[in-house]
Design a protein around this ligand. Structure first.
Ligand SMILES: NC(=O)c1ccc[n+]([C@@H]2O[C@H](COP(=O)([O-])OP(=O)(O)OC[C@H]3O[C@@H](n4cnc5c(N)ncnc54)[C@H](OP(=O)(O)O)[C@@H]3O)[C@@H](O)[C@H]2O)c1
Length: 336
């Protein structure tokens, strides 16, 4: 049974802002699964900021997407044919064959997930890589101690919303978030448990941060880089810690971006700034996933999602993500 499927190819490497013409939606016919393989109907796929980096032909911690081939990324789907004893037809699996409606995979590349704990798409968000990123950043990279004031940028995004709740669970006395625009910042406080929120689009980030954190900050979780990192360095208290998670303000830059002009503050304040990749913290998954499942059950963590329907709209969703079209995890629903 060969299956017709559609997939999204990268057809040109973007310079600066990606545009729809850099991508193509292509019809493909998949082979039958071979021995040890499965055929998956993708029900959900993820679009993530790191994919922007993979569109450049540069050496990085993940290889670049190849031109004229299907892109890949996180996806959750239903097994519709199986030649592997370990993964039966009907199982829900998490794998990295996204950006396509169907995928033929080695069973070893797919992980069966338990949809009795949470809906399938949760494994692309709170219970997946995104949730573990938030947890690793605040548990291990820039550990939160009881009573700390924690500042999180990109606070209304997938990692940021979870980080806000994780900070509280780890004992933060005050959690401050920044996001773009009054609607998102209002929601941070009214719905998502932040104590204070900063609208970076309103300007004067250092001033807004000083007003929100009158006693300074102890931990900064950096999703944005640039002006946010500079403001945080100014607000950090002695022996403060920074988890350098991402720098989304720079992903479309076409020229080298200047660093913060106040990095020397790290010396006098004896700060620790540590970059990290979630892949190096997989050992925390066994601790985090049951905790997150319990927090989802007791309502102290929410799986907030922005859902876009259909592979036809996946590129627009990705482009929108880079401009804040999402609150929480940006997801594409491919099949319901
Ligand atoms: N180190 C790791 O292992 C790891 C793993 C996962 C993710 N990350 C990083 O974590 C960060 C968040 O990822 P995510 O998946 O949770 O994405 P996300 O925050 O859900 O989506 C991106 C958000 O970035 C914000 N943004 C865009 N341009 C901005 C700018 N110039 N200044 C400030 N904010 C801007 C937008 O929100 P607004 O509306 O608020 O602007 C948008 O919603 C990214 O930097 C990503 O690369 C790192």
């Amino acid at each position: 049974m060969s299956v017709p499927s559609r997939e999204v190819h990268l057809v040109a490497r973007p310079s600066g802002e990606p545009k729809p013409a850099d991508f193509a939606l292509v019809e493909a016919t998949l082979p039958d699964p071979g021995q040890g393989q499965i055929l998956v109907r993708n029900d959900w796929m993820s679009v993530d900021p790191y994919m922007r980096g993979r569109m450049n032909d540069v050496k990085s911690y993940v290889p670049p997407f190849r031109l004229g081939e299907a892109m890949d990324g996180g996806a959750v789907g239903t097994v519709i044919a199986s030649n592997a004893e370990s993964v039966p037809v009907g199982a829900t699996v998490l794998h990295s064959g996204g950006w396509r409606e169907h995928a033929v995979l080695d069973a070893s590349q797919a992980r069966v997930v338990d949809t009795a704990i949470a809906p399938p798409q949760t494994y692309l968000g709170v219970l997946g890589m995104v949730g573990l990123t938030a947890y690793a950043g605040l548990k291990e990279v820039a550990p939160v101690k009881e009573g700390d004031v924690v500042f999180i940028s990109g606070a209304a995004g997938a990692v940021g919303l979870i980080a806000g709740r994780v900070a509280r669970h780890l004992g933060a006395s005050k959690v401050i978030g920044s996001a773009g625009g009054p609607a998102k910042t209002r929601r941070l406080v009214e719905e998502f448990g932040y104590d204070a929120a900063i609208d970076y689009r309103a300007g004067d980030l250092p001033g807004q941060l000083a007003d929100a954190a009158t006693d300074g900050i102890d931990v900064y979780f950096d999703n944005v880089g640039g002006d946010h990192l500079q403001a945080a360095l100014g607000a950090l208290n002695t022996f403060g810690r920074v988890a350098l998670c991402g720098a989304i303000s720079q992903y479309n830059a076409t020229e080298p971006v200047p660093g913060p002009n106040n990095l020397f503050l790290a010396v006098g304040k004896r700060l620790t700034l540590r970059g990290f990749l979630v892949r190096d913290h997989q050992h925390l998954a066994a601790e985090y996933v049951p905790l997150a499942a319990a927090w989802l059950r007791d309502g102290t963590l929410r799986s907030e999602e922005t859902v876009v329907d259909g592979l036809d709209n996946a590129v627009d969703a990705f482009l929108g993500l880079l401009h804040g079209a999402n609150t929480g995890k940006m997801l594409i629903r491919l099949s319901s």
